[in-house]
Design a protein around this ligand. Structure first.
Ligand code: FPP
Length: 264
């Protein structure tokens, strides 16, 4: 196994991007990739630029990763663009981050439409500024019939709040006699989360060397494969995404059970 991995790594170094893409596509592609895009601030600091310059560069990375994920045949790409905790940042930075969906969609929506990408969002919509809501709403409507990659923006998203809200909704249904407590099971809870229409992530990527979940998809990541890299999000390129996908392809997913040959 280790030999195989080392051989793959040295082979990869000599492969062109096109070769790597074509080889990856011959193996299992993760259906849903979720990304914690971290390191924008440090990217900017290294260049003596303001933090917002890092976020702006990070926005361009979202485009690149979306296009390659779509090309690979990934079904869903979830990107953590703003957490419920990010409101604690300086106003200037928050205001900038709230303008980014507009800029991203204003610039790239025609390309996303051409590539058959569907834009969706999960998070607390009502407390976003009007202009942010409007930009996302327009993109969701314009792409609603697209059948390619689903680009899911986690925007003003917090996983604990999401779970608490699901619990409130379920509790209310029990109170009204529409549900019995014995009806509450894992499927029912999943159906009340913001991801009810999406498959669970197969692969989670976090950039910038941080190794934590930061209140991201805590329920949905129960059996997800994790991949961490020191690369800062604005530097994350096609080769990085392929590294993550190839690592996923070498994993042995057991979901708590045993693989065929191990059962004997
Ligand atoms: C974390 O880096 C990143 C964020 C809080 C924002 C992520 C947003 C983007 C990548 C822009 C993409 C948005 C859209 C709508 C396309 P950090 O600022 O915490 O970095 P640091 O840890 O180096 O300070």
């Amino acid at each position: 196994m280790l030999h195989k991995l080392i051989r793959r790594k040295s082979e990869r170094q000599n492969q062109s991007l096109a070769e790597r893409i074509s080889l990856s596509k011959k193996e299992q592609i993760p259906g849903h990739i979720a990304i914690i895009m971290d390191g924008n601030g440090r990217w900017a600091k290294k260049r003596a630029l303001p933090r917002i310059a890092g976020h702006h560069e990070g926005m361009k990375t979202v485009r690149k990763v979306t296009l390659l994920a779509n090309e690979l045949g990934v079904k869903v790409l979830t990107v953590y663009a703003f957490s419920t905790e990010n409101w604690k940042r300086p106003k200037l930075e928050v205001d900038f981050l709230m303008r980014l969906p507009e800029e991203f969609l204003g610039t790239y929506l025609p390309e996303l439409i051409e590539k058959n990408v569907r834009v969706v969002m999960m998070g607390e919509n009502d407390t976003l500024p009007r202009h942010t809501q409007e930009a996302v709403r327009k993109a969701m409507i314009a792409t609603k019939d697209n059948t390619g990659l689903v680009l899911n923006f986690a925007l003003n998203y917090g996983s604990r709040a999401e779970i608490a809200h699901a619990m409130q909704t379920i509790a209310l249904q029990v109170k009204e006699g529409k549900l019995d407590p014995s009806d509450i099971n894992e499927n029912l809870i999943s159906e009340h989360l913001m991801t009810c229409d999406l498959p669970e992530p197969d692969l989670l990527i976090r950039t910038s060397g941080e190794v934590r979940l930061s209140n991201f998809m805590l329920w949905q990541l129960a059996y997800t494969e994790f991949w961490f890299t020191d690369t800062l999000w604005p530097d994350f390129d096609d080769h990085c995404l392929l590294d993550a996908v190839e690592s996923y392809q070498s994993r042995n997913r057991r979901y708590g059970g045993l693989k065929g040959e191990e059962k004997n």
